[in-house]
Design a protein around this ligand. Structure first.
Ligand code: MN
Length: 209
């Protein structure tokens, strides 16, 4: 701990301790990241083809990305409660990460940036709502929009993500958003292209004859 941080009575790198401990930054392309960088409520989902496919749902709160792994991904159907397993905080720098994590390492597999945007907490105090494990949020993503509930169950690491009925709600019987969008929200690549380290195809310049 540096002296200045000691004087401030806190070590801002502490929340990333678990994140750093789980990874070997000599082999993974994931960012090491630093604490304390604040943005204005960014939100993203990374589709992660690890040993079990899941969708990593992240909300920026107080300088970190609060993270939940959703095995089945989000559903726009208000009748469906999706298990969201709370995992370790990720650094803000993780927000744009897309690529592969070597096999045999923590999270080994391919990561696709599936959605990105902003979020806002509709509760008076976002930190308090998070601590209480009962958040009402609004997502302003490219794919997910509208109001959602994020609630902790009796098993502390298990939360539920539930769509609130609004103009963005859709019945799962006629619209499954995880099937509708199978490409990266930024590079438009499918999973196998990201896995094979192909560069996204850029618009070619017109070749004059
Ligand atoms: Mn993951």
């Amino acid at each position: 701990m540096r002296y200045l941080e000691f004087l401030q009575g806190m070590d801002p790198s502490m929340p990333l301790k678990e994140y750093h401990k789980k990874r070997n930054f000599k082999v993974t392309a994931e960012p090491y990241g630093r604490a304390g960088r604040r943005t204005r409520g960014i939100y993203m989902i990374q589709k992660h083809a690890a040993s079990h496919l899941h969708y990593d749902f992240r909300l920026e709160l107080a300088g970190f990305l609060k993270s939940w792994a959703i095995p089945k991904g989000p559903s726009l159907d208000p009748h469906i409660k999706r298990l969201a397993v709370h995992v370790e905080d990720h650094p803000i720098q993780y927000a744009t990460f897309q690529g592969t994590i070597p096999k045999g390492h923590y999270g080994g597999g391919t990561v696709m940036l599936w959605d990105q945007g902003k979020w806002e907490c509709l509760d008076a105090n976002a930190n308090l709502a998070y601590k209480k494990g009962n958040m009402t949020i609004e997502l302003h993503g490219k794919r997910l929009r509208g109001k959602w509930k994020l609630v902790r169950t009796r098993i502390p690491k298990n939360w539920l993500l539930i769509k609130i009925t609004d103009m963005y709600a859709r019945s799962e019987s006629d619209f499954i958003i995880t099937q509708k969008y199978v490409r990266s929200v930024t590079t438009k690549q499918p999973m196998n292209e990201i896995a094979s380290h192909k560069k996204p195809i850029k618009k070619r310049k017109k070749v004059s004859a």
